[in-house]
Write a protein that binds this ligand. Structure first.
Ligand SMILES: [Zn+2]
Length: 241
């Protein structure tokens, strides 16, 4: 089976909703751009996003989006850049790892610590966003998106305390997929997923469809990725589906 989802998207007889099922972030034509930002999201996320921004504002926070849609091509650039040593690969403490000391399997898992495998990023769907509170920082602040920023003493601690409550009160809308104790991806409290649509995307993503996509892609460490794909799927994708 060739890349079924991609072919599906290219067919022009299917309904609009299904047409927007671009599982691997190949196209951004079905997405909308947020005003004054280079950030794109799926149009079906917009209303709920505006609502949570308004609720945050009412509580005294300026909910901003650091990242929305990310294309397959962009994720591939990040992956290959890390595998080639053109981008730093960091350990769990944020220290640069010397990839020369690692075998290919170890390189794959070292990159996976902070970067999704192309094709496996929830940011491909336009349903997921990384958020922060711009009201507690100034323009010179370098946004890091670390857990420390969201905890006591961090600039976004109050915002995240509020966000936890808001997500509980509105369980049908956004949720945090990357929480402690689930899967192999480190907690990312800033990463929100729009449940009604992301669930539909997640249900489409199987190990086989991902394997076919990786096989058809010019990607660094391909052999090792394919060898470990069952484990990668079971630990970095499946726990969040
Ligand atoms: Zn994210």
């Amino acid at each position: 089976m060739k890349d079924a989802v991609q072919n599906f998207v290219k067919t022009d007889v299917i309904p609009d909703l299904l047409q927007s099922f671009d599982l691997f972030g190949i196209s951004d034509e079905h997405l909308i751009s947020l005003p004054q930002q280079q950030i794109k999201i799926h149009p079906q996320v917009l209303n709920s996003l505006m609502e949570i921004i308004a609720r945050a504002a009412a509580a005294g926070f300026d909910l901003q989006i650091a990242s929305g849609f990310r294309s397959f091509e962009r994720q591939l650039l990040i992956w290959n850049g890390k595998a080639n040593g053109l981008r730093p690969v960091l350990d769990e403490f944020g220290q640069v790892i010397d990839l020369n000391n690692l075998n290919d399997d170890e390189k794959v898992y070292a990159i996976l610590r902070w970067s999704a495998l192309p094709g496996a990023s929830r940011h491909h769907w336009g349903t997921d966003i990384d958020v922060y509170d711009a009201s507690r920082i100034d323009d010179s602040y370098q946004l890091q998106l670390t857990v420390e920023e969201t905890e006591n003493g961090g600039p976004f601690a109050e915002f995240h305390a509020w966000l936890s409550q808001d997500l509980q009160q509105n369980p049908q809308k956004f949720f945090r997929p990357y929480i402690a104790g689930v899967g192999s991806i480190s907690p990312e409290p800033w990463h929100l997923s729009y449940a009604p649509l992301a669930g539909l995307f997640a249900a489409q993503l199987s190990e086989n469809i991902l394997r076919e996509k990786i096989q058809a892609t010019d990607i660094e460490l391909k052999e090792s990725i394919l060898k470990n794909l069952t484990d990668i799927f079971d630990n970095y994708i499946k726990p969040y589906q």
